[in-house]
Ligand binder design. Structure first.
Ligand code: ADP
Ligand code: MG
Length: 270
């Protein structure tokens, strides 16, 4: 049956491209001193378009190239080839300075929020830091931080506390608030719930699903877990050894998987 009403609307957000990946290739050289030299084709044949307001899942087992692809978008990795078109502009040829204005427009949250939280900085300061750096008056940035804490369902008292005082799930909410403080046009979440207990995973996913609807977020959501992807993604791209082997709506990928690898992933779900 064809989904109707809200469900159908959700799977067809808009047709305005936010991010287009075209022919991006990244290889790593491994070994050389003692072991045999090897070339790892971490990303190749991984084209996709991410539309405004949608959440696209990037799913595949560990080592399939998901993080490398995401890191190419935010310039933590420099691919050898391809176009990374964001808001109509190819980001890859930009100089460091040319890229700076885009930095705030694409935010990333990681599996371990400690990666981006300074343990000696109060949560309120950590959330306000980015906007202040980009010219938002400190008082306004702090007010925004308080609002964001409410959005991620944390007590406002968190503003004055330190990251270590929070649980893993709470820290992930803080990481999310910190990313959202920049009002990004694209949020990349790389395994944001993979380090959390299953019950906490569900809470954070529900929160993320709620926020993305409320803010109309555009999101690239990375996970090795198809079940997690199914809970939040409009469409799913399945990655295998650096390539996207299948891309479809969540319903298509689950209901009528085309690729053998996708079927194997589905079969591995208990
Ligand atoms: P995923 O996020 O899907 O687990 P990654 O993008 O981390 O996959 O890794 C893709 C491939 O690239 C793997 O074979 C991995 O070992 C390799 N790789 C990732 N980062 C590096 C690196 N900095 N140096 C060498 N090889 C790397
Ligand atoms: Mg990864």
């Amino acid at each position: 049956a064809v989904p109707h009403g809200d469900a159908a609307k959700q799977t067809a957000p808009t047709r305005t491209p936010v991010l287009e990946m075209k022919g991006v290739e990244k290889t790593y050289q491994r070994g050389g001193w003692f072991g045999a030299k090897a070339v790892v084709r971490a990303v190749h044949n991984a084209d996709f378009t991410l539309y405004k307001g949608e959440t696209l899942g990037l799913v595949g087992e560990s080592g399939s190239g998901k993080s490398t692809l995401a890191r190419c978008v935010v310039r933590l990795v420099q691919p050898e080839k391809g176009e990374i078109i964001f808001a109509g502009k190819d980001l890859r040829p930009l100089s460091r300075n040319g890229w700076l204005p885009y930095r705030k427009r694409i935010q990333m949250v990681f599996q371990d929020p400690y990666a981006s939280l300074n343990p000696r900085r109060k949560v309120g300061d950590a959330i306000a830091e980015g906007p202040i750096t980009h010219g938002v008056p400190p008082a306004e940035a702090r007010a925004r931080a308080a609002e964001l804490l409410r959005l991620v369902q944390l007590d406002p008292s968190a503003l004055e506390r330190y990251p270590h005082e929070f649980s893993g799930g709470q820290r992930q909410r803080i990481g999310l608030a910190r990313a959202l403080a920049m009002q990004p046009e694209l949020l990349i979440a790389d395994e944001p719930v993979s380090a959390l207990d299953v019950s906490v995973q569900a809470q954070v996913l529900n929160l993320l699903a709620d926020i993305r609807k409320r803010l109309g977020l555009t999101m690239l959501f990375i996970t090795h877990d198809l079940r997690v992807a199914a809970q939040i993604c409009d469409r799913i791209a399945v990655m295998q050894r650096g390539a996207i082997v299948e891309l479809g709506t969540t319903a298509q990928v689950f209901g009528a998987p085309k690729h053998a690898y996708t079927r194997a992933l589905l079969d591995s779900i208990p």
